[in-house]
Every structure is written in structure tokens, then in C-alpha cells.
Design a protein around this ligand. Structure first.
Ligand code: C5P
Length: 226
């Protein structure tokens, strides 16, 4: 039996996570936050004292070590909590520095290969909503619905800013904007699985939409194609 997958890809802070989790909730589907896996590799490297700076990542031995680390990661997802080696890392995962480290390690082909099986394992009945950068292009190329979600960089920086402030964190809009532009550039210019819409992806610009409007659009697409 074919297990349906809805892919939601797009740049940093485009609202993929929120949209994907809403759609999954309403359809009663499983959810894959693939960015969390790359963030976990960054955290795991940090814990082991393995450097993820750009220069060190160019060394083949370091790329191999990180690939091995990704393959051996002991990860558990429980509701909204994520555990790495039994330790709750849910908050640490969501920081800007974890996002940047994820972006650096995610360019390593050995790391991407190590996470492939893990991601395929999320495809279980009754269905899956998967969010990331390469869900539609590489991980689930046969998915019946692929959404590519975008919003202007300024709009995305604003949202990230509000998110951080509402959680009581300090934030600076200019540095957030610079960080997300840098991350987008790195993600879309890398050789392996770059961020780009699949040829059969439907594009949704949510700059002027609220969450409910985006959800309705995607559910509409889902109903009309199934
Ligand atoms: O989506 P999120 O911000 O959590 O992703 C963190 C980083 O992980 C991204 O900037 C990207 O470099 C990487 N990533 C990826 N492929 C995915 C999901 C995330 O390369 N499918």
C-alpha cells in the first residue's frame, strides 16, 4: 500500500514547521521535522568536541567522522520533546546557533546519507507530512503533494524576532535578517540536495497570509489531488 506523503519545503523561517504540524494534526498524519535531525548532528558534534567550523569541515576525515556520528546518534522524539542520548535537548535545538551549525553540517554528503534511512522510517500509516529543504527533491521524490513555501526575507526575520522575544530571548532584527540570508545562500548553493523547489512543487508565498489561510490552501490542494 502506498503511504501518502505531503512535502513542505522552503527557506529558513518561512513557517514550514507551523504549517506542517497543523496539516499533520488535521489529517491525523505523522510529522517529520527533518531540520531537527541536522540540528541534532550539530549538537552531537558539539557534545563530542568535534568542530563544525567551515575550515575543519573541508577535511575529508572530519566529514567522515560527522557522517559516522550522524549514523550512530541515539535520538528519541516524544511529543514536542527531543532527546539526544537520553538528555532533553528541545530548547538547545531551537537556538540560532544550532540552526547555523545544522546548515554547516548539512552540506556534508556523508551526513545526508546517514540520515536518509532515518527519514524514510517516518513514513508510516496513515500518512506523513515532512518539512525541510529536500523532502520533495531527494527524500520523497514520489510524494503526491509537494509544497514550496516562501515569504520575503524581511517578513521571515520579523516572525523569527517575534518568536524569540515571546519566549523571553534577546533578539536583534538586523542580525537575524543577516543570519537567515546567509543560511539561505548556503542552503541553496550547496552541491548536495540544495534548497530548491521540486519541478512538480506548488509554490505558496505566505508573506500576506496567516497560518489558517495557508493551511486551507494546502488542504485544498490535498483534497483536489486525492
Ligand atoms: O528547518 P531548520 O531551520 O530546522 O533547518 C536547519 C538547517 O538544516 C537548515 O538551514 C538546512 O541547512 C538543514 N536542513 C537540510 N535539509 C533538510 C532540513 C534542514 O539541509 N531537509
Amino acid at each position: 500500500q502506498r503511504i501518502p506523503v505531503i512535502c513542505v519545503d522552503g527557506p529558513t523561517a518561512s513557517g514550514k514547521g507551523t504549517l506542517a504540524s497543523e496539516i499533520a494534526d488535521r489529517l491525523g498524519y505523522h510529522l517529520l521535522d527533518s531540520g531537527a535531525l541536522y540540528r541534532l548532528v550539530g549538537l552531537a558534534a558539539d557534545k563530542k568536541g568535534l568542530s563544525t567550523d567551515d575550515q575543519t569541515l573541508k577535511e575529508p576525515a572530519q566529514a567522515r567522522r560527522l557522517g559516522e556520528l550522524a549514523a550512530a546518534m541515539n535520538v528519541r522524539f516524544e511529543g514536542h520533546q527531543t532527546y539526544l542520548d537520553g538528555q532533553d535537548v528541545s530548547d538547545a535545538l531551537r537556538t540560532e546557533s544550532a540552526g547555523m551549525a545544522a546548515s554547516r553540517v548539512s552540506a556534508i554528503p556523508q551526513v545526508r546519507a546517514a540520515l536518509l534511512q532515518l527519514q524514510h522510517g517516518f513514513r508510516r500509516l496513515p500518512g506523513l507530512v515532512a518539512d525541510g529543504r529536500d523532502m520533495g527533491t531527494v527524500i520523497f521524490p514520489g510524494a503526491p503533494l509537494k509544497v514550496f513555501l516562501t515569504a520575503s526575507a524581511e517578513q521571515r526575520a520579523q516572525r523569527r524576532y517575534k518568536q524569540l522575544i515571546s519566549k523571553g530571548n534577546a533578539a536583534n532584527i538586523d542580525s537575524l535578517l543577516a543570519d537567515l540570508v546567509a543560511r539561505d545562500l548556503r542552503d541553496s548553493s550547496r552541491t548536495h540536495a540544495p534548497l530548491k523547489p521540486a519541478e512538480d512543487a506548488l509554490q505558496l508565498d505566505n508573506s500576506a497570509l496567516d497560518v489558517e489561510q495557508s493551511v486551507k490552501q494546502v488542504l485544498g490542494w490535498w483534497q483536489s489531488q486525492s
